[in-house]
Design a binder for this molecule. Structure first.
Ligand code: KG4
Ligand code: ZN
Length: 357
């Protein structure tokens, strides 16, 4: 018997719905919220209003694209947290209503676990052909990477997003242990906050990535954290970036426009170096050479490049998700829902979203 899961994601500023059948992705629709660009960051109140407007059309389109009708859905998986409370409430309420009206189980998903399980997404083509490891052998600029199939257990996952930076040991689809994490800002936050200082639009991560391509990564140096163990810290880098910029601007008010590419390249180089140092140490300590990356920052070209260089030096096998599945999306929630369904891990109608997990 086949299992069809409707996945719902609304933790931040993207409203997304996806349909997964037997672990294969049939559709994944995302409505981005452009309104936040005007404010240089996500405005929670505006995000929840936009989710409210988007959720029904997004689910409707995802189901049409998948060619499924509501009676064919076996369970609804939704993001319970972490995220913005108002945003989470929209997806949670929708999922509860859908499940209740159809008399089907509800499955709560941890957004971060979803990012990791994006590494296990497989797509079904329109004519029903099952595509194994689609996109996974390539980086987004179509260069072959050292990736081969889905990660095998146990593997280390560097989860880098706008809200989180963690190193996890993934022992099974649903069994993960955090062995290192940021004690302050996340890596994506470092990109976004420093980008804001440079006058770049939100989210600045992808813009910095693009501008850095023609910049000198060694033009400027910024302070690096001295945090013991496998934990990260990015707040010192942010301050160091800000102070360095302020000093340069005193001497030359046009410093930013004259050096934008190299400022981006140097900042990106420092962030990637900080991320890679602890990941290398985690691999040494655990002896695990199977490495995955996940979360929005996993789209960063310098991070992917550094990972592939390290892979050939250390004999790692690296797994980089397809670009569309690194950022927030419901496909990753649906695939997590699929594995939870197989284990019978369902949630009651009294479930409430949680901002922190
Ligand atoms: O995973 P995600 O979509 O949302 C969260 O759960 O936070 O991650 C968004 C973060 C933002 O901080 C964004 O600037 C960053 O991912 N990001 C990037 C790139 N693409 C997205 N950072 C660096 N380089 C990129 N190419
Ligand atoms: Zn996310």
């Amino acid at each position: 018997m086949s299992i069809t899961i409707l996945g719902i994601e609304s933790s931040c500023d993207d409203t997304s719905a996806a349909v997964i059948r037997d672990g294969y992705l049939l559709s994944n629709r995302i409505a981005n919220q452009e309104v936040h660009r005007l404010y240089g960051g996500v405005v929670p109140e505006l995000a929840s209003r936009a989710h409210q407007q988007n959720i029904i059309p997004v689910v409707d389109t995802a189901m049409k694209e998948a060619g499924v009708i509501p009676s064919e859905i076996d369970a609804v998986a939704f993001t319970r947290g972490p995220g913005l409370m108002g945003s989470l409430l929209v997806g949670t309420s929708f999922a509860k209503g859908f499940a209740l009206s159809r008399g089907i189980p509800l499955i709560e998903v941890n957004h971060l676990q979803g990012h990791v399980l994006a590494l296990f997404l497989r797509r079904m083509t329109d004519d029903g052909r099952r595509m194994e490891e689609e996109g996974r052998r390539m980086t987004d600029d179509r260069r072959p990477s050292s990736v081969a199939g889905h990660p095998s257990f146990p593997f280390l996952c560097l989860l880098v997003s706008g809200g989180h930076t963690q190193i996890l040991i993934v022992r099974d689809h649903l069994e993960m242990e955090i062995i290192g994490q940021t004690i302050d800002d996340a890596a994506g936050e470092a990109f976004d906050k420093c980008g804001k200082v440079l006058g770049l639009p939100y989210p600045a991560g992808p813009v910095i990535d693009r501008l850095a391509r023609v910049g000198d990564p060694l033009a400027f140096t910024y302070s690096r954290p001295r945090i013991p163990g496998l934990n990260y810290s990015f707040s010192g880098l942010k301050t160091s970036f800000l102070y360095s910029l302020r000093d340069h601007l005193k001497e030359d008010p046009e410093f930013i426009s004259k050096n934008l590419n190299s400022l981006c390249a140097s900042l990106q180089f420092t962030i990637v170096d900080i991320l890679m140092n602890k990941l290398r140490r985690a691999a040494e300590q655990t002896g695990i050479r199977e490495i995955g990356i996940a979360g929005g920052v996993a789209a960063n070209s310098a991070l992917k490049g550094a990972l592939e260089t390290e892979a050939s030096k250390q004999g790692w096998t690296v797994h980089i998700p397809t670009l569309a599945y690194t950022m927030d999306n419901a496909a990753m929630i649906g695939i997590t829902g699929h594995y939870k369904y197989l284990r019978g891990e369902f949630t009651g109608q009294d479930v409430a979203p949680v901002a922190r997990m």
